[in-house]
Design a protein around this ligand. Structure first.
Ligand SMILES: [Zn+2]
Length: 160
């Protein structure tokens, strides 16, 4: 591997570590010419199978771009989006599969997006689940309400 500082074609590995989640290997390298150090990360490629039947490598930026559209005008900043992209990737990688369906990616987005912002969640769900009328929205809202209520009841039980 070339040194990114001086382009020397020969660098040596001084430390190798597996990331905490076990899905990446980090190598600390040193250039014998300029003595500077840098890190490389090795991960397996996660493929996303699209509805068309084509597969493409998972792309966190693509996930973020899709979610960003649903978040317009909502109090969500770039850091929230970055974190969500990371959560989605970790969720998918934790399944230990080399390939997932694009549907799975959509589902993996819905959960953290809902915790972030319910309006953005509904917008995203309406596209992803192909809502065609008001009843679809109503149903999704009812589900959100019912689940919020049971979550509140749960915390009330825990507090008493
Ligand atoms: Zn160098």
């Amino acid at each position: 591997m070339h040194c990114p500082f001086c382009q020397n074609p020969d660098t040596k590995v001084v430390d190798t570590r597996i990331s905490d989640d076990g899905h990446a290997i980090r190598r600390r390298r040193e250039c014998p010419q300029c003595s500077r150090r840098f890190t490389t990360v090795e991960t397996s490629i996660l493929l996303v199978m699209k509805r068309s039947g084509n597969a493409e490598p998972f792309n966190r930026d693509k996930v973020i771009a899709g979610v960003r559209k649903a978040c317009q005008g909502r109090p969500i900043d770039e850091n929230d989006l970055k974190l969500l992209g990371q959560q989605v990737e970790e969720d998918l990688r934790s399944r230990g599969l080399a390939q997932v369906d694009s549907e799975e990616v959509g589902r993996a987005i819905l959960k953290p997006l809902r915790e972030l912002d319910e309006v953005a969640y509904l917008r995203f769900a309406s596209v992803y689940r192909n809502f065609s009328n008001l009843e679809d929205f109503q149903q999704a809202i009812d589900t959100l309400r019912a689940e919020d209520q049971s979550a509140e009841e749960q915390s009330a039980i825990q507090q008493s």
